[in-house]
Design a protein around this ligand. Structure first.
Ligand SMILES: C[S@@+](CC[C@H](N)C(=O)[O-])C[C@H]1O[C@@H](n2cnc3c(N)ncnc32)[C@H](O)[C@@H]1O
Length: 281
């Protein structure tokens, strides 16, 4: 059953958080000359039309990228993020929002590679068309969890696995814990980034406990809560787990998360959290 369509949610506050953090990870990989590989296991459609019927249904982007769009005076990281979105909307009107593959592609250097898997029969062809003829990007119609092993370790031996599932199936957190175990076994030095939603608080906290129990070193957890966690049902916040975070990512996020919260207009009700679930060796 694949009913989730990211087009409903593109550009919402969770996407902004996710893509800002993703950009910091890619920037860190760019600090060394050696090429890197980024595997995006749940890639989506690559780019979203915010004027489409799906995006207009709940207009989630209004409380996400819509909040940042006209802001001036943002810090370096948020300005870079906004510039990337603006580059996709050259006439100055916010219409197109890039998915993680488009964001990653914008930051690749000539020797870097992007490997994308997407399972949805509607979104995969869009993704394929988005990168047609691009020799640095491979697009696969596949179950990201099932094919993960076959891509690891990448020949570059440097890079990132980004897992951003739809959380529409039961057991997604369990699959993610297993994915971390598999990735780490095959590629202990690779960066792993996992986005997760905070709806009911309990499953994400259990997920973190189970990650701790893997006894893998260097696991950082960053969270952005836009709405009180005990409020009415809905997406209250979200988080990103980063295994093997680049040097000083924690310092950058410590500064960036509160700025992001302010820029999203969370006011007093918002919260951020940054915690090492397992210390770096
Ligand atoms: C949250 S969206 C991804 C958004 C994208 N990473 C971005 O930031 O723009 C999750 C995507 O995973 C896809 N999907 C669901 N199950 C999958 C699976 N087993 N393997 C690969 N893709 C899957 C969905 O169709 C959906 O497009």
């Amino acid at each position: 059953m694949l009913s989730y369509r990211h087009a409903f949610h593109a550009g919402n506050f969770a996407d902004v958080f996710k893509h800002v953090v993703l950009m910091q990870l890619i920037h860190a990989l760019r600090r060394k000359d050696k090429p890197f590989c980024l595997l995006d296991t749940h890639a989506g459609a690559g780019r979203y039309d915010l004027e489409s019927a799906l995006a207009c249904k709940n207009r989630e982007y209004v409380d996400g990228i819509g909040r940042l769009w006209d802001q001036a005076g943002l810090g370096t990281e948020l300005s870079e993020y906004l510039n990337l979105i603006r580059a996709l909307n050259p006439d100055g009107r916010l219409r197109w929002y890039p998915g993680s593959p488009r964001i990653a592609r914008a930051l690749l250097r000539s020797g870097d590679r992007l490997v994308l898997t997407e399972l949805h029969p509607g979104d995969h062809p869009r993704l394929k068309a988005e990168f047609a003829g691009d020799r640095q990007v491979a697009v696969h119609h596949a179950d990201g969890h099932a094919v993960l092993k076959s891509f690891l370790p990448p020949p570059e031996r440097r890079g990132l696995v980004f897992l951003d599932p739809a959380f529409e199936l039961r057991g997604e957190f369990d699959r993610l814990v297993e994915a971390v175990r598999v990735i780490h076994r095959r590629w202990a030095g690779g960066i792993i980034a996992i986005w997760y939603p905070i709806l009911d608080r309990t499953p994400s906290l259990r997920f973190q406990r189970e990650l701790r129990e893997l006894e893998i070193p260097a696991i950082l957890c960053a969270e952005l809560g836009l709405y009180p966690y005990d409020g009415p049902p809905g997406l209250h916040g979200c988080g990103m787990i980063v295994v093997n975070p680049p040097w000083r990512l924690d310092e950058t996020l410590n500064r960036l998360l509160p700025e992001l919260l302010r820029s999203l207009g969370a006011g007093e009700r918002g919260q951020t959290r940054l915690e090492w679930l397992a210390p770096a060796p």
